[in-house]
Design a protein around this ligand. Structure first.
Ligand SMILES: [Zn+2]
Length: 241
């Protein structure tokens, strides 16, 4: 998909928070239109593999689980570990997404899904200037971008470096893909009204922690995303005060 947004001299797209919804909705309308209006789990594997023709692999990416995922911008070789944590090298090609094996298993599914959407977002937003074959922009040329826990949890207020900004952009687009704007708002308003009454439009965590928790959990369950990702999305739409 072609992005028509201004770019910094280093290549990074200048994006504000509504742009992420526009990009996500355009991607979803083209490939997974049923999730745009109707609150449900976005099949991120289907979107990545069957719609965008990117491959996904699972490997031990680090010995200490500090790297959760990566995406390749060029054909390259990555260092990783075999099942016994012996160092190995694996050849991957441009567009391959690799997620850490620690994210396997049912309990890790929301984190794995967010990591997949985050890596897909790097591919959509950042490959045009990171790729070593592109010499137009100044940002560092890399064959692949590894992402750790801190990158995937980064908050807007902590953006100091180009890398922080890229991670924040990838997280913002990942959230907009997994919790599409219209479906999310429909679900959130319904759940808030159900829990707090017809005249409540936003919620406060301090007043009634149990009810707050159950509201966020129920919304998170509909989209199969984490509690934290749901809170961030609710906050983006001013549904938490
Ligand atoms: Zn990242």
């Amino acid at each position: 998909m072609k992005l028509n947004y201004g770019q910094e001299p280093n290549g990074m797209y200048k994006l504000n928070k509504t742009d992420f919804d526009d990009i996500a909705l355009s991607l979803l309308r083209e490939h997974l239109a049923t999730v745009v209006e109707s609150p449900r789990e976005v099949d991120i594997n289907h979107l990545i593999k069957d719609c965008l023709y990117l491959d996904v692999y699972s490997k031990h990416l680090s010995a200490d689980k500090s790297v959760l995922g990566l995406v390749a911008f060029e054909d390259t070789t990555i260092p990783c570990y075999d099942l016994h944590y012996n160092p190995i090298s694996v050849d991957i090609v441009a567009g391959n997404i690799v997620v850490d094996l620690s994210l396997s298993g049912q309990r890790q599914l929301p984190r794995r899904r967010f990591t997949l959407a985050h890596e897909l977002s790097h591919w959509v937003l950042h490959r045009s200037y990171h790729s070593p074959t592109n010499q137009v922009f100044a940002l560092k040329k890399v064959d692949y971008l590894p992402c750790g826990d801190a990158d995937i949890a980064i908050k807007k207020k902590t953006l100091k470096t180009d890398s922080d900004k890229e991670e924040w952009q990838a997280n913002s687009l990942a959230a907009a893909i997994l919790m599409p704007k219209f479906a999310f708002l429909k679900c959130a308003h319904q759940e808030i009204r159900r829990q707090y009454g017809a005249y409540t439009s936003s919620i406060i965590d301090k007043d009634d922690p149990e009810r707050y928790r159950s509201t966020v959990e129920n919304i998170a369950g509909v989209f199969n995303v984490s509690f934290q990702a749901t809170e961030i999305r609710l906050d983006q739409f001013d549904l938490i005060i």
